[in-house]
Design a protein around this ligand. Structure first.
Ligand code: OSB
Ligand code: MG
Length: 372
């Protein structure tokens, strides 16, 4: 496959409501889209890096810089001339550079989308999707009061979401979790996400969450605390799930061996793309470790690809793959609409969705064309 160039397109989209986590409050989603252009088609990838390095070391400007300076040029020898398309060669060319998983993921996905469109195959079928639609959960931010939280959860449950995830931090943990469990009863699938806000010294406090029958607690400790997570897991009955700690299949293997987690949140951006995400899924399945698909407040571009991944057989828990309306008044693709608590896996070639040009232009802040 011949690529004529790569476009980096920065967009900014207002969120329906501010999203507060233990690391900060987002009012807008500042996102980088990558477009891979061939003589016949184009492919899209969404970079999950955020504006500031609060969730992970990457941020939008580092993604733009490393793509322009290193990652896009690394693909020129493979894709400047027509020839058979080999996504694994693309993956290896990017792997040479350390870190920058989110930037790599966006570029690899754009090229993979273009390649699959050329071949007429959907991403779901390429990855091995086993179901036509996936059950969806929703991630609920930290609120100003427990009453406001209960109203928000009530609304999401009414919309049909199959699982609720509450963001927690010191000072906003036992009380909101207890209130939601009491109000919605034992059948609600409920979990909590601390985004690395605690230390092992908080183990006795975190163990009090065991009373609320949570599906899991996500990333209670720092991202490099694999050993401490293993110790914490022995001191609470709630299953420990890792998000920020897992950057590759090698990290996942280490975490499983150490007993740092019994569940993994797979975000393709965080691990460097959908090929690596599938490796982690395969590894986890072989070890009886459940996985689910995380989210980074994606637009329809990133959501389409995540929903395809979430349809793999090892994704046994509902993901943070919420409907477009959870995030944005107007998405840049045809909106993803919840149907009976599920989102459909796109069946068209590639990721199966495209940005709507007028809507994309409205939210575009800047574009840069890198010719091959
Ligand atoms: O920790 O899973 C997280 C959003 C941004 C950064 C980190 C996280 C999240 C979410 C939202 O929880 C998931 C989503 O609905 O996209
Ligand atoms: Mg998380």
């Amino acid at each position: 496959m011949k690529i004529t160039g790569i476009e980096l397109r920065r967009i900014t989209m207002p969120l329906i409501a501010p999203f507060r986590t233990s690391f900060g409050t987002e009012h807008h989603r500042d996102t980088l889209l990558v477009r891979a252009v061939t003589p016949d088609t184009e492919g899209w990838g969404e970079c999950s890096a955020m504006t500031a390095p609060l969730y992970s070391p990457e941020y939008t400007e580092t993604a733009i810089d490393v793509l322009r300076r290193y990652l896009v040029p690394a693909l020129v020898p493979h894709l400047a001339q027509p020839g058979p398309f080999d996504i694994n060669a693309v993956h290896r060319a990017l792997r040479r550079y350390r870190g920058h998983q989110m930037a790599k993921s966006a570029l690899e996905t754009a090229v993979l989308d273009a390649g699959l469109r050329t071949a007429g195959q959907s991403l779901g079928s390429y990855l091995g999707a086993a179901v036509p639609s996936v059950p969806c959960g929703v991630s609920v931010g930290i609120m100003n009061s427990v009453e406001a939280l209960l109203d928000a959860v009530d609304d999401y449950v009414g919309q049909g979401y199959r699982r609720i995830k509450l963001k927690i931090e010191p000072g906003w943990d036992l009380a909101p979790v207890r209130a939601v469990r009491e109000r919605f009863g034992p059948d609600l699938l409920l979990q909590a996400d601390a985004n690395a806000a605690y230390t092992l010294a908080d183990a006795p406090h975190l163990a009090k969450l065991d009373a609320f029958d949570l599906l899991l607690i996500e990333q209670p400790l720092a991202d490099d605390d694999l050993v401490q997570h293993a110790q914490l897991a022995k001191r609470m009955s709630t299953p420990v799930c890792l998000d920020e700690s897992i950057h590759s299949a090698e990290h996942a293997a280490a975490a499983i061996t150490l007993g740092s987690c019994s569940i993994i949140n797979i975000k393709p951006g965080r691990v460097g793309g959908y090929l690596e995400a599938r490796r982690i899924h395969d590894l986890a399945s072989a070890h009886g470790v459940a996985v689910w698909c995380g989210g980074m407040l994606e637009t329809g571009i990133g959501r389409a690809a995540n929903v395809a991944l979430a349809a793999l057989p090892g994704f046994t828990l509902p993901g943070d793959t919420s409907a477009s309306s959870r995030y944005y008044t107007t998405d840049i693709t045809a909106p993803f609409v919840l149907q009976d608590g599920h989102l459909p896996v796109p069946t068209g070639p590639g990721i199966g969705v495209e940005p709507i040009p007028e809507l994309l232009d409205e939210v575009t802040v800047s574009t840069e064309w890198i010719p091959f």
